[in-house]
Design a protein around this ligand. Sequence first.
Ligand code: ADP
Length: 249
Amino acid sequence: MSGHTDMVLVDENGMRIDGRTATEHRPIKIEAGVLKNADGSAYVEIGKNKVLAAVYGPRECHPRHLQDPTKAIVQCKYNMQAFSVSDRKRPGTDRRSIEISKITAEALENVVLTELYPRASIDVYIEILQANAGTRCAGLTAASVALADAGIPMRDIVPAIAAGKAVGQVLLDLNKEEDNYGQADVPIAIVPSTDEIVLLQMDGNMTREEFDRAIGMAMNACHEVYDLQKDALKRRYSANKTEEAEADE
Ligand code: ADP
């Protein structure tokens, strides 16, 4: 954020370097149920971001001292692969991945009906295979589809996307160049049925008016992501029904 570049991030026609307007998100692809051995899974692409999420549980909570006798806990592990960025990333846990794991779990705890599974743990693994800014949102989007694919009761699924500011303009879904040389990045996640915000972070600076515009833009886009999440789950459900019908024949 806030580096200097000679790159024209937004041209005189309002076009961004990847051909988008200010209010357009990158192309999004979502697939549910991509892993055989997890209870639930999903694969998400948003532009050049490629993300896998796997869910296990509800299962016995380890370590046991984390067990809550009144409800299940959601544990999340966000991990960026060494090969996910152009300079090899040092593998393993760092402060950033701990932070993203925590905020992702907290966002998901808002929708999972945890009180149905006292003492249990619902474990969510997010693997970033390719990163191009916006991976925490892509990870959370994938994780909520994976939870639904695992059949875990939820009051809704959570879509996420960021808005931000670069070259003085409010832009939806910043790519890596815009994130590097921009002035602000505001990832959000919502519960679409109520428009509650369950994740909101801000890196950089914006005026109050720009902030309101960024939130409005990102909320609208979250509803588009939500439709794609539901489509992915419907496709998965009808594929399952076809498989079951073929097995019965
Ligand atoms: P997000 O991916 O949610 O936007 P950040 O704003 O922290 O999260 O990171 C922006 C982008 O910077 C990432 O998507 C990734 O492309 C890159 N990045 C983050 N951490 C590293 C790292 N340790 N090494 C190389 N690139 C990284």
